[in-house]
Ligand binder design. Structure first.
Ligand code: CA
Length: 433
């Protein structure tokens, strides 16, 4: 399953640097202008080159029949994902064959192509799943070390629990939003002066967090933890995640129960779920874990991470070109997704199909690979100069943040596309009205 078949090609013309090769086939939910007039109807598709393959039509035409279906003429992918791994495998193989250059069913049928292949430029993408729960981990050692160095003690940057467990918290599923959604600058309690009471203000230290999130593909029963060596069976795929953060709100509110308002206004995800089957050829080892984790977190498979190149671009308003402010890789993550899921459920916590679990900010070892402005500009002491001369320590109104990710090997590319979000000014509050 994890070997790349270089001979597999599509009859569709796909650019060599396209994220959406025939080896990828990520799932998303889309609509076009006609659907908007039809009760905002949404349905499922797969990205291929510059196109979306309409799975609802394929299903209606009898070209994609899955056990227990139909699944794709629906506004979310939850029912398909919940139908199980056998269907995931069959759908992938059927779709890959239909799109391949050796199969004539779609290749030689222009009418069918017109019905099932839509230009991505002509559709609107939506959240791919209903998200019952959103969890945010903190699993990059470099990120945790940088933050601990800045705010606590460079000699003891990591708290003692950090190397023993994937530290995390339960976030808000209701504010998981899809790429392209504008983000209103949040307001809340800030405490600029240690000796004074807090003030109510617009956030002055708005930041992005470069993350990925995995999508739970199979839940568990309450009281029944997921064993670490079975955990990968419970993961359907991954998306890019910009976990927007209000650093100054967080600094004052987080004691003693952790982040609250600072993290619950926008967790923005890319629209295409790249499946673990598509990412399998890019598996690689996690960093060495020292001390060796407790038995329940100890995986047999040390090849439990993925080689995924990640980047962040910043585009100020009325600016022609974006500046790359970070390039890093998912493989730097200290804790694996399997370990995160097992730790999450070890007390018996129930997870559900569609739950999203954020990796935590993914920082690499060098300053150009840090995954947040907090680290890149080192707590506003080293502002970044953008193309055109503007500088940034945090994100300003009108700025657009763009995150991209892809895996590449032997000339084969499997990518995520992007997650893109623009910051709008804070609301005007008038409490005397
Ligand atoms: Ca986060």
């Amino acid at each position: 399953m994890s070997k790349i078949d270089n001979t597999l090609t599509s009859f569709i013309d796909i650019a060599a640097d396209s994220d959406f090769s025939i080896h990828n086939l990520p799932y998303g939910i889309f609509s076009n202008a006609k659907d908007a007039a039809d009760n905002n109807k949404r349905r499922a598709g797969v990205a291929i080159g510059e196109y979306v393959l309409d799975l609802a039509v394929l299903e209606a035409e009898g070209l994609l029949s899955l056990e227990g279906g139909p699944y794709f003429d629906q506004p979310t992918l939850n029912a398909f994902i919940d139908s199980g791994r056998d269907n995931w495998t069959q759908a992938r193989s059927t779709i890959q064959t239909l799109l391949s250059s050796v199969s004539d069913t779609l290749r030689d049928n222009q009418d069918l192509q017109k019905k099932v292949l839509l230009k991505q430029a002509d559709v609107t993408m939506h959240l791919p799943v209903h998200v019952p729960g959103f969890t945010d981990f903190y699993s990059s050692k470099e990120h945790a070390t940088n933050v601990g160095t800045m705010f606590r003690d460079p000699n003891n940057a990591l708290l003692p629990n950090w190397t023993e467990m994937p530290v995390g918290y339960n976030g808000r599923a209701s504010t998981v939003i899809v790429s392209g959604t504008d983000v209103i600058r949040p307001s809340g309690q800030l405490k600029p002066n240690a000796d004074d009471r807090p003030i109510f203000s617009a956030c002055k230290r708005l930041d992005f967090e470069l993350e990925t999130a995995f999508v739970v593909g199979k839940g568990n029963s309450i009281g029944q933890p997921i064993a670490v060596d079975n955990a990968s069976e419970h993961i359907f795929g991954m998306v890019l995640l910009n976990d927007w953060s209000a650093r100054d709100i967080q600094k004052w509110e987080y004691v003693p129960l952790g982040p609250f308002n600072a993290k619950t206004f926008a967790s923005e995800v890319s629209p295409w779920i790249v499946t673990m089957d598509a990412l399998a050829p890019f598996k690689t080892a996690c960093p060495i874990q020292e001390p060796k984790p407790l038995a329940y977190l100890n995986e047999k498979d040390s090849n439990n991470s993925y080689d995924i190149h990640l980047s962040v671009e910043l585009l100020p308003e009325n600016s022609d070109s974006a500046t790359v402010v970070c390039e890093t890789n998912f493989k730097h993550m200290y804790w694996s997704m399997a370990q995160q899921l097992t730790h999450h459920t070890i007390t018996g916590c129930k997870v559900e199909v569609g739950d999203m679990m954020g990796s935590g900010t993914i920082s690499g070892p060098t300053p150009d690979s840090y995954g947040s402005m907090l680290e890149i500009a080192w707590n506003a002491t080293k502002p970044v100069t953008l193309k055109g001369g503007k500088t940034r320590s945090f994100i300003e109104d009108g700025d657009t943040v763009i995150m991209k990710g892809y895996s590449e090997k032997d000339g084969i590319r499997v990518g995520f596309g992007e997650v893109r979000g623009k910051v709008l000014p804070a609301l005007n509050f008038d409490f005397n009205k």
